[in-house]
Design a protein around this ligand. Sequence first.
Ligand SMILES: Nc1ncnc2c1ncn2[C@@H]1O[C@H](COP(=O)(O)OP(=O)(O)OP(=O)(O)O)[C@@H](O)[C@H]1O
Ligand SMILES: [Mg+2]
Length: 260
Amino acid sequence: MTERIDNPIPLLEVKNLATGYGDIRVVWDVSLSVFTGKLTAVLGRNGAGKTTALRAIAGLNKVGKGSIVYKGSDVSHLPAHRRVGMGMALVQDGKRVFHRLTVQENLLLGGYTLGIGRRKMPEKLTRIYDIFPMLGDRQNVTVGQMSGGQQQMVAIGQALMAEPSLLMLDEPSGGLAPAIVDEVMGILVTLKATGMGVLLVEQQVEAAIDVADQVVVLDIGRVILDSPASELVDLDVLKEAYFGSAKLEGDASSEKHESA
Ligand SMILES: Nc1ncnc2c1ncn2[C@@H]1O[C@H](COP(=O)(O)OP(=O)(O)OP(=O)(O)O)[C@@H](O)[C@H]1O
Ligand SMILES: [Mg+2]
């Protein structure tokens, strides 16, 4: 059999992941891949298990079953900081920035948290400001005075201090106006053009598909759709995956919305 040259080894390969909180399992079987310079979007309804799966990939939730292979190494049971050291960075949901500190102070704090030495900081900062000139222009501005979108950029900037090969983000569009969502998605496109692999968890389906190469939909802790983004042009397949799954669960009511 000939080797397929259009099928490179993934940067991240998650196989049959099961995870949860203590004894409570909420993710049963999630497999997905992220390739260098590509973006995989993880979509799904509220409570589908997106955040839980992402936390397990980053090392914040314990892997119950399955494996997480990054750059060819099985990292399934490595502590989170070791994964960060290997180039896996996570931007958690909510804009976890310090409002009373300046942009630069936030980035420095991010750097220290990631274990970057003082001597390397200036070069790391310069790199972030090259990627996000907006942050360079505002390096001495207090983050609390900035817009939600700008704060999200600071949060992403903090993660980039580690110079990750894989950037994972949990709903970076959360609470942002549509125009700003596009701006944040634009940043992700810029980052993947630098060769970074991106794993993006999103609620903003169309915005995510626009920037994604591969789309994975989760429901009740399982993958219910895994498709190249280019094949999801009319979004009908996706709607079917989202709303068809309720029927698969034996619930014939067409649209079941969670009441939080
Ligand atoms: N700390 C926790 N302890 C126990 N169960 C939790 C915890 N956090 C989340 N869960 C449960 O795990 C399930 C999956 O939640 P998760 O946050 O992963 O979903 P999600 O897909 O990220 O949803 P959303 O789109 O609302 O962010 C839900 O049933 C949720 O109630
Ligand atoms: Mg979530």
